[in-house]
Design a protein around this ligand. Structure first.
Ligand code: PBG
Length: 326
């Protein structure tokens, strides 16, 4: 018997029916809030290209986390901006480095009530802006950088991070970090690997947020993934899992939904996606002109990332979604 016409519209008729048959739900528990803390500030500094976000002082960071916590947000990804940058990024592992201080304060205040994730990279801490120490060609030296990542992981775990998130795209970084953590008896510290991190043009506002410019106008295509490649992301992900990643992340999100969907089919570890600074800024810029409706697009984009297969989404929209939408 042929299907009657208009069959598919029957279940779209009312909000209750649409809710009943919705295949994907976005929950506040799925969201991770990225936050910036900067050393040596008296007051929080708004970040022009990331409306609603600021470089925080420790105090304003604590307030922000408290407020987000009240809105139901339970996971936070911390980035630090040190006062002094150097060639090796030594503030990244200094016990009194800004992120270590922030982690300690938040841990003291909230105990195990929130999941604290520390971004593990050197670019915010190096004076040349690359994600590792440089070799004679001016590119990050892979293995010398791995040693430093191990030190950063220990400092962050020691300060109270439950999860460290290596984002530098050095080969072997997950294995190096796992073995440094285990040697330091941090067996319970988990690794969220930014496994498939692309050399995208969408990180611009983030680099304002952490005061990074790459020396000589260089870029990161020597270590981040080529935008053209999806199979390579599958390789990165399986290597990271084999090296001990507890969770993996794809970044950016919206232009990489194919990569997210494939990762969901092929891996069983928790899967995160990072809706990055440029993705957020584009929506804001259009909304400011009255060209798009901010909340609606924020929700649609985030839901689409979940539908593609991400279990959790790191997003600058976390506060807006938690406050206005979810
Ligand atoms: C590197 C890092 C970057 C982002 C997160 N971790 C920037 C980069 O690789 O240049 C970008 C995040 C965003 O754009 O929101 N530490």
């Amino acid at each position: 018997m042929p299907f009657p016409q208009r069959r598919l519209r029957r279940l779209r008729r009312t909000p209750a029916l649409r809710r009943l048959v919705a295949e994907t739900q976005l929950r506040v528990e799925d969201l991770i809030a990225p936050l910036f803390v900067r050393e040596g500030l008296r007051d929080p500094q708004p970040i022009a290209s990331l409306p609603g976000h600021a470089q925080h002082t420790i105090d304003s960071l604590r307030t922000e986390v408290r407020e987000l916590r009240e809105l139901g947000v339970g996971a936070f990804l911390l980035f630090g901006v040190p006062q002094h940058k150097d060639a090796v990024g030594s503030q990244a592992w200094h016990p009194h480095g800004i992120v270590q201080k922030a982690l300690g304060e938040l841990r003291n205040e909230h105990g195990s009530d929130l999941a604290l994730i520390a971004d593990l990279c050197l670019d915010e801490y190096t004076d040349h802006g690359h994600c590792g120490v440089l070799d004679t060609t001016g590119q990050p030296d892979n293995d010398a950088t791995l040693e430093l990542y191990g030190k950063v992981a220990l400092a962050q775990a020691n300060a109270g991070a439950e999860i460290v998130a290596p984002s530098g795209m050095m080969d072997g970084q997950v294995a190096a970090i796992r073995s440094a953590l285990d040697d330091g008896s941090f067996h319970n510290t988990a690794i969220l690997a930014y496994s498939a991190k692309y050399a995208t043009a969408l990180y611009g506002p983030f680099r304002d947020a952490v005061d990074v410019s790459i020396v000589g106008g260089g870029d990161r295509s020597g270590y981040q993934q080529n935008v053209a490649n999806a199979r390579e992301a599958a390789l990165e992900i399986s290597e990271d899992i084999a090296e001990g990643a507890d969770m993996v992340m794809i970044k950016p999100a919206l232009a990489y939904l194919d990569v997210i969907a494939r990762a969901r089919r092929e891996t069983d570890v928790p899967l995160a996606a990072y809706h990055v600074s440029g993705e957020y800024a584009m929506v804001h810029a259009a909304a400011q002109r009255g060209w798009l409706e901010l909340e609606a697009v924020a929700f649609e984009h985030t839901l689409a990332i979940k539908r593609a297969g991400a279990d959790m989404i790191c997003s600058y929209f976390t506060r807006l979604l938690a406050e206005e939408v979810l």
